[in-house]
Design a binder for this molecule. Structure first.
Ligand code: PMT
Length: 407
C-alpha cells in the first residue's frame, strides 16, 4: 500500500530508537522508500549502519556531511519526502521544533520541510506531563504537525505510565491509512473539532452534576475522521477510553471549559461535530469546601450553561456545523427544531431510550436530518459504522457547498 511513497524518518535519542529500527524495516516491507536521519544522541543507541542496512539508503547524521555535491542534503531531503515521521521524538527535539531552532540535521531539515510532519513522542511519564512539553506540543499542533500519542505501560526508566513510543505496527497502519485516505477522501487536510463525553458541573470538591455519556460516539467519529486524513481536535469531557492515535486531545471538565476550548479553535476549523452531552445547567454557586449534610431537605439552585452549538451557529462563516440530539420522545420534531435554533447544517438524532442506542453502548441507532429537508434513518450499527455514515453525509454536504460556490 505504501508503494513509491517517500518517507523521511527522523530518529532522536532515547531508548525507543530500537523501535525505530523495526519501524524502518516494516515501512520498507510495505513498499515505501525510507530515508533516515539520526540525531547524534540516537546514534549512541543504535548505529547508522543498522538503519542503512534496513532502509537500503544512506543515513544522515551531520548537517555538514554533504554526501552529494549536487545538492544541499537538508533541503534535498525536505523536498524529497511525502511524509516526515519524527519517531521517537524526545522532549528536547519537540522543544526545538516548537521554537524553530535549527541546530542539527533533523531540526534544520524540518524547518525546510513542506511535507506533513508527524511526531511520535517517547519519554518518561513526568516529562510528558511537564507543562513545557505540553506547551510545545500545543504549539506544534497549531503549526499543523500531527501527533501519534505515546502508549501507556512499563517505561525503560522503571516508571509505569504514558510515554512509550507507539508500536511500529500501529504507526505503519496509520501511515497506510493516511496515504489510502489521501487518494480518496475530501476530508483530507480538513480541520474538524469534535466535542465528546459528558461535562461535570461542580457543586463542591466532592460532588458534581453530570450524565451517562462515555465519549464512545465522539471518539468513534474522531477515529474515523483521522482515518480519512482530517486533522482532529477532540474536546473531551472526563471519559475512561483512550483517545484515538493522531488526534489532538483537549481535556475539559465543565460546559464553560468546553465552550472556551471550542471558541478558541472555531475560526480555524472547517467542520464542528457536537457529540458531547453538555450539561444545560450548573450549580449557581460552586463551594470550595464540602457542604455538610443537614436535617431535612435542601435546594440546589441551578443556572443555565452556554449553549456551545448555538453560539457556534451564530458565529459560523464557512464552517459546517453538525449537532447531535439525544431525545426520549418526539425525536423528529425536536431534532428539526435543533437544526433551526442552532443554525446547524445537520442534526444526528438518537432516541436514547431505544435498546442499543445512545449512552454507553458500542452501537447506536440514528436518523440524520439535513437543512434541505432530507432525512436518513440508519439501522442499529456499531458507533464506528455510524461515524463512517455521518462523515459520508458531511462529505456530500461539502461537495454540494463546493458545487454551489463554483456555480
Ligand atoms: O458518549 P456516548 O456514551 O457514546 O453517548 C453518545 C451520546 C448519547 C452522548 C450522543 O450520541 C449524543 O446524543 N450526544 C448529544 C447529547 C446531547 O446533549 O444532546 P442535546 O439534545 O441535549 O444537545 C443538542 C446538541 O447541542 C448536541 O450536539 C450538544 O453537544 C449541543 N449542546 C447542548 C447543550 C449545550 N449547553 N451546548 C451544546 O453544544
Amino acid at each position: 500500500m505504501l508503494k513509491e511513497k517517500k518517507i523521511l524518518l527522523c530518529v532522536t535519542g532515547g531508548i525507543a530508537v530500537y523501535k525505530a529500527a523495526a519501524l524502518t524495516s516494516k515501512l520498507v516491507q510495505t513498499g515505501a522508500h525510507v530515508k533516515v536521519i539520526l540525531s547524534e544522541s540516537a546514534a549512541k543507541f543504535v548505529t547508522p549502519l543498522t538503519f542503512q542496512a534496513l532502509s537500503r539508503n544512506a543515513v544522515y547524521t551531520d548537517t555538514f556531511d554533504e554526501k552529494n555535491p549536487q545538492v544541499i542534503a537538508h533541503i534535498d531531503l525536505a523536498d524529497w519526502a511525502d511524509l516526515i515521521l519524527v519517531a521517537p521524538a524526545t522532549a528536547n527535539t519537540i522543544a526545538k521544533l516548537a521554537n524553530g531552532i535549527a541546530d542539527n540535521m533533523i531540526t534544520t531539515t524540518l524547518l525546510a520541510a513542506t511535507a506533513p510532519v508527524w511526531i511520535a513522542p517517547a519519554m518518561n511519564v513526568h516529562m510528558y506531563d511537564h507543562p513545557a512539553v505540553k506547551r510545545n506540543i500545543t504549539l506544534l499542533y497549531e503549526d499543523g504537525c500531527r501527533f501519534i500519542e505515546p502508549g501507556e505501560g512499563y517505561l525503560a526508566c522503571g516508571y509505569v505510565g504514558k510515554g512509550r513510543l507507539e508500536e511500529p505496527e500501529k504507526i505503519v497502519k496509520l501511515v497506510q491509512e493516511y496515504f489510502a485516505a489521501e487518494d480518496r477522501s475530501p476530508l483530507q487536510g480538513k480541520t474538524i473539532i469534535i466535542t465528546a463525553g459528558p461535562t461535570r458541573e461542580r457543586i463542591d470538591p466532592v460532588r458534581f452534576i453530570s450524565n451517562h455519556s462515555t465519549g464512545k460516539m465522539g471518539y468513534a467519529l474522531a477515529q474515523e475522521a483521522i482515518k480519512q486524513g482530517a486533522r482532529v481536535q477532540l474536546i473531551s469531557g472526563p471519559v475512561q477510553i483512550p483517545a484515538p492515535a493522531g488526534v489532538e486531545l483537549i481535556k475539559v471538565e465543565s460546559a464553560e471549559e468546553m465552550y472556551q476550548a471550542a471558541m478558541e479553535r472555531f475560526d480555524q476549523a472547517d467542520i464542528v461535530i457536537g457529540t458531547a452531552a453538555v450539561a444545560d445547567y450548573r450549580p449557581k454557586t460552586s463551594f470550595d469546601y464540602k457542604i455538610k449534610k443537614q436535617a431535612g431537605e435542601t435546594v440546589l439552585e441551578l443556572e443555565r450553561t452556554k449553549d456551545i452549538l448555538m453560539e457556534l451557529g451564530q458565529r459560523k462563516s464557512r464552517q459546517l456545523l453538525v449537532g447531535f440530539a439525544a431525545e426520549t420522545n418526539n425525536v423528529e420534531e425536536y431534532a428539526q427544531r435543533k437544526l433551526l435554533n442552532k443554525n446547524a447544517d445537520m442534526i444526528v438524532a438518537n432516541n436514547v431510550k431505544q435498546q442499543g442506542a445512545g449512552f454507553g453502548t458500542d452501537t447506536n441507532i440514528v436518523t440524520i436530518f439535513k437543512r434541505d429537508g432530507t432525512k436518513k434513518q440508519l439501522p442499529l450499527m456499531t458507533k464506528l459504522a455510524v461515524a463512517e455514515q455521518i462523515l459520508e453525509e458531511i462529505t456530500s454536504l461539502l461537495k454540494d457547498l463546493g458545487n454551489h460556490e463554483n456555480s
